[in-house]
Design a protein around this ligand. Structure first.
Ligand SMILES: [Zn+2]
Length: 304
């Protein structure tokens, strides 16, 4: 199944625009250099002379015009030890950031022509950059919800059977207004202790939290000072004025459609990485097809 392209027209950055901006590996290297030294490499690390650095032909390096010392923009990045062309990396990132439903290593293999093993390795390394770390949600209204994910779906509709060992509980929180960012985590369980733990870690004090009627959410108000509103799903009520969890449920169905359409199932081991990838894309959806730029930013930030 081909993932559905649902990027609004004004946010679309096409493959041909991509190829125009990044016609070859050199253009990619230049991009990374500019990302890591936004004001240019001006002062030489060795001789200290303020000189322009020029590109060294045949190497992924720039050299000081005064003493010739080389600077390697790929040093310490995920690209450093790779023999895969930079443009292929960039294109894989472009692909991963271009679809709401996610793509598989198999699709990267097909679209870039690298071997499956290489595609899988690139895929894993790109994904490892996508976690939002300890980013806290802001905004006064947060929807929080729990669900189960991981294994094959048992049918088109409804919750999977909870005791199914391949299904893991997942907890999510999303900003209702403002930037509408989301965080989602594989949880050990959905006890009060773990749900309250997620709220305390990622939701600002004094926010309003909307949840369903699960008793484990009890006490978010009295014990932690949140304003807590809940919707009684078991009584068939899904929206009561402002009180609903439709935003986070929309996110869950996006993720589950992705698992169903792209992977069929996701093992517990990869579920968190999978969630990270979805959150990353969801939180940057206003970038349209240019999310690869945010991924490249991560490459630079994580360079050792
Ligand atoms: Zn120098």
């Amino acid at each position: 199944m081909k993932p559905k392209q649902s990027i609004p027209k004004h946010l679309r950055y096409t493959v041909s625009q991509f190829n125009q901006e990044f016609p070859h590996d050199d253009a990619c290297l230049e991009y990374i250099k500019e990302e890591r030294w936004p004001d240019g490499i001006t002062q030489c690390e060795k001789c200290g002379v303020e000189r322009k650095h020029h590109r060294v032909t045949g190497r992924t390096a720039y050299a000081c015009q005064s003493c010739g010392t080389h600077i390697y923009p790929l040093a310490g990045t995920i690209f450093e030890k790779s023999t895969t062309p930079l443009k292929t990396w960039f294109y894989a990132m472009y692909l991963m950031g271009s679809t709401r439903c996610g793509i598989s290593a198999k699709q990267i293999q097909r679209e870039t022509g690298v071997t499956y093993k290489t595609a899988w390795r690139m895929f894993k390394q790109i994904r490892s950059l996508l976690s939002e770390g300890d980013m806290q949600l802001e905004g006064s209204t947060i929807e929080m919800d729990e669900t189960y994910m991981g294994g094959k779906r048992r049918g088109q509709r409804g919750r999977p059977y909870r005791a199914d060992p391949i299904h893991r509980p997942v907890v999510g929180m999303v900003e209702r207004g403002g930037r509408k960012r989301v965080r989602a985590f594989v949880a050990n369980d959905v006890t009060k202790k773990s749900l309250h733990g997620f709220a305390k870690e990622f939701v600002m004090p004094s926010s309003t939290i909307y949840t369903d009627e699960l008793p484990a959410y009890n006490g978010l108000d009295k014990e932690h000072g949140y304003v807590h509103r809940r919707i009684n799903h078991s009584a068939g009520v899904y929206v009561q004025g402002d009180v609903h969890t439709n935003t986070i449920e929309g996110f869950w169905s996006l993720v589950k459609r992705g698992i169903g359409g792209v992977y069929h199932s996701v093992s517990a081991k990869y579920l968190q990485a999978y969630l990270d990838e979805y959150c990353f894309r969801y939180n940057r959806r206003e970038m349209g097809n240019q999310q690869f730029r945010a991924i490249l930013e991560r490459v630079s930030e994580r360079a050792s």
